[in-house]
Design a protein around this ligand. Sequence first.
Ligand SMILES: Cc1ncc(COP(=O)(O)O)c(C=O)c1O
Length: 382
Amino acid sequence: MSVPTTTTGVSTRSGPAAATDFERGVLNFSAGPAVLPESVLRQARHDLWDIAGTGIGILEHSHRGPVFDRVIEEAEADCRRLAGIGDDFAVLFLQGGASLQFAMIPANFLADGATAEYAITGVWAKKAAEAAALYGSVHVPFDGKGSGYDHTPARSEMTTAPAAAYFHYCSNNTIYGTRWQAPPVSDHPLVADTSSEMFSRRYDFARHAIIYAGAQKNLGPAGVTLVIIRRDLLDRAVRKLPPMLSYAVHAKDGSRHNTPPTFGIYLMGLVFRWIEAQGGLDAVERRNEEKAAVLYRAIDESGGFYRGVARPDCRSTMNVTFRTPSPALDDRFADEAAKHGMDGLKGHRSAGGLRASIYNAFPASGCATLAQFMRAFAAANG
Ligand SMILES: Cc1ncc(COP(=O)(O)O)c(C=O)c1O
């Protein structure tokens, strides 16, 4: 059966428009689940009811029917084209969030008695290391806890294990607002948790064995996890695994070993096309840098009223973290900002302070609005 071609939904290469993508009144600074492109949501609203003129909504189509065949094929093709991912990598759409990847990676690739390296640049990186320690031995080349996770390490700050199955790092530390400006230099295969910055910039796939990301920040709704894994690893699992924990099984079955998160895959596909419509990864990266610079400028020019959490050379373009002179003022800032239509500015519950998450879909005008508010708030409370 061929899928009808319409101007919306599957079977169209046009995808959501690039034009003015912000109509709702509230600025959503949530760290995740987070803001999505409004044109994507409008398309989804249509396809929820009836996708591609089939008279059936995307939530109601069989995961083995021709409509969903097209959805998943196009999502994978769009992902590959967007990031220049070759056939030497498998692109998988899995469940269980990034947290399940914390366990699946060592379950598949860290043999009993073997070592993997985990750079601990924050709570998520630490959780990944803890999951790995259930399977093998963990070498920690760097632990940023002592400095409040305010930076990612230079090469000179890291120790190295002579032999390791892989080197795991978290490319963007959502809670602290730090990121690795470039992937770590290591002799071991790199594995990256890119959950809070996937496709906010270009990645050098050739230097990585696995790149993974929970969708709910930059890619789509919670419930689907994008895993990009070098194909030659697939038959190198170090132990017998239940099929749902095996990358080889998921790759062989085209991410449909069981019923996959169909809506999440569909929406991620729309987001890939939206990124393309924005000009692709390089254009999005440039825009993200400009957006973040507006907020960092407001911090740096505040005469010390605001203090950035991240060391300037490690600043994230996705999560901008800062503090006012006191926790009470932080609370007042978040409350007053909410009254001005800016939601979700409180820092992570474990870190306190303030955090503006400004993912790909967050409008540049929203950063300007927040910067203006920051200046007014500092003038009134400084
Ligand atoms: C960098 C990073 N890794 C992992 C996770 C955990 O993701 P999930 O809730 O999808 O398991 C998060 C969640 O915020 C995160 O920010």
